[in-house]
Design a protein around this ligand. Structure first.
Ligand code: CO
Length: 473
């Protein structure tokens, strides 16, 4: 065996998720900006590859629950992080919403995200249809940003090592600066990670980032095997907000690689300062019930049923609303069948909701596809893009009748819509970015703009509540 000293050093890079995914996964994205600001100076000294701090659900949650302007948050974080790259999560042609937007809105959103302080945009699509990423990737490259393409990791007949390898190659050809495997459900097990990362490395020279969740309990081991196989970047969360449905703990991985060729070089003293800072906030979240100890354990169901933890809890609540909790096992068996009928998509927002809701309907109605909601019809009409396998023809016929499914890139059929949004938002507008906020979440944005105005004119009594730290949750 080679002596450690003679081995080539390949320090693994760390992306810290505490300001985005960690609190999105554990406390429903409720961390306010003022909870973040006091620790930024210390975080900026650590030498992280990047800090993920924006996008995903943070945008919606800021507006809806925290009554904060997400753009303002980004600017404050940018001011504080002088040496560290800031990263966001971007849902391809859906931006941060749940349906497809026209190219002009996608381009403008990317441009403004970078102008306000984002360095790395992680872009993904729920079907892994790369056509849905093209516009965002081009826009990021045009603005000299770092476009990282993320593939939603899933299991199934179609997802062979060759599939991942070929897709990695296509991602490089598209002009991405790095590639991420987004294992949102924690399905990637350690030895599978060895195979996967090796296959990706055969397909591309791009840096490989692995993003997993600790949900099924294998996350840290998966990172270890992935790094040994050549993975360059891993996503971790500072310990008080790590594990469970969040990421493996930053300090644990840093210690794991210490003294090896993969040594991160990060300073445990600084990491301890950051952990100490977040501990009281964690206690607060536990006391208020915002952090439910249930999400902190190992959920083996996600491995057994191959569905994300969030989807399992959605199924439970959908069934209990219908008074049909006893059908849970039947629904779990129906999920993979619906997924097959729908072209075997990964289960991630919004495909997870579409498949999950349909499985519930199929079981509760006592007849498969007797009732089909609009989102499922859209999926089967090609409006979300192309699935890796074809739809089941009979199911498609039963759900959408004689409607002709589209096969082009869905956004090719969407007219430019920025001028329309500009017009609609004119009376509320205080900054360029407001049009984007409005385009994504029209109703929530309007309410926020009215709240903002009231605050400025001093007639809104919710201001006092906010100063007292009483955030609406
Ligand atoms: Co995640």
């Amino acid at each position: 065996m080679a002596n450690e000293n003679t081995q080539v050093k390949r320090p693994v890079k760390i992306t810290e998720t505490i300001l985005r995914d960690a609190h999105q996964s554990l406390i429903a994205t409720r961390m306010p900006t003022e909870e973040m600001l006091p620790i930024i100076d210390t975080m900026d000294k650590v030498g992280y590859h990047a800090v993920e701090c924006w996008g995903g659900a943070t945008f919606d949650a800021s507006l809806r629950f925290l009554k904060e302007d997400p753009w303002e948050r980004l600017r404050k974080l940018r001011d504080g992080f002088k040496n560290t790259k800031l990263q966001m999560l971007f849902r391809g042609q859906n931006i941060l919403g749940y349906s497809h937007y026209s190219d002009d809105v996608v381009e403008y959103f990317v441009q403004k995200s970078l102008a306000n302080g984002i360095d790395i945009i992680r872009i993904f699509d729920c079907l892994n249809d790369l056509r849905n990423l093209e516009t965002a990737v081009k826009a990021a490259n045009k603005e000299k940003g770092h476009a990282q393409i993320a593939l939603s990791y899933t299991l199934g007949d179609a997802y062979t090592l060759d599939y991942w390898k070929d897709t990695a190659k296509r991602i490089e050809e598209m002009g991405a600066s790095s590639l991420c495997i987004k294992d949102m459900a924690g399905l990637l097990t350690p030895y599978k990670a060895t195979e996967l990362v090796s296959a990706l490395k055969e397909g591309t020279d791009l840096p490989i980032d692995l993003h997993t969740h600790y949900t099924s309990g294998v996350g840290a081991m998966t990172y270890l095997k992935a790094v040994e196989a050549g993975c360059d970047i891993i996503d971790t969360a500072i310990s008080p907000f790590s594990m469970g449905t969040s990421q493996p703990a930053t300090e644990v991985l840093v210690e794991t690689f210490k003294g090896t060729p993969y040594d991160t070089g990060l300073d445990q003293k600084l990491l301890k300062e950051i952990a100490d800072y977040f501990k009281p906030y964690r206690e607060e979240c536990l006391a208020s019930g915002l952090l439910n100890p249930k999400v902190m354990g190992v959920n083996i169901n996600t491995l057994l049923y191959q569905v994300p933890g969030g989807m399992l809890s959605n199924l439970v609540s959908q069934l209990s609303e219908m008074g049909a909790e006893d059908k849970f096992d039947e629904v779990l068996e129906e999920v993979p069948r619906v997924r097959k009928d729908f072209g075997e998509p990964p289960l991630v927002t919004p495909s997870s909701q579409i498949v999950g809701t349909q499985a519930v309907l199929n079981v509760v109605m006592g007849e498969r596809y007797k009732m089909v909601n609009q989102q499922a019809k859209d999926l089967l009409s090609g409006k979300y893009g192309q699935t890796v396998k074809p739809f089941d023809k009979e199911v498609q016929k039963k759900c959408i009748g004689d409607t002709k499914a589209i096969t082009c890139r869905p956004a090719d059929l969407i007219e430019p819509s920025l001028p329309k949004f500009e017009k609609e938002v004119a009376q509320y507008k205080q900054q360029d970015e407001d049009v984007l906020t409005y385009a994504l979440f029209p109703q929530v944005a309007k309410e926020f703009f009215e709240y903002r105005k009231a605050q400025q004119t001093g007639v809104d009594n919710t201001v006092a509540d906010k100063e007292n730290g009483a955030y609406p949750v």
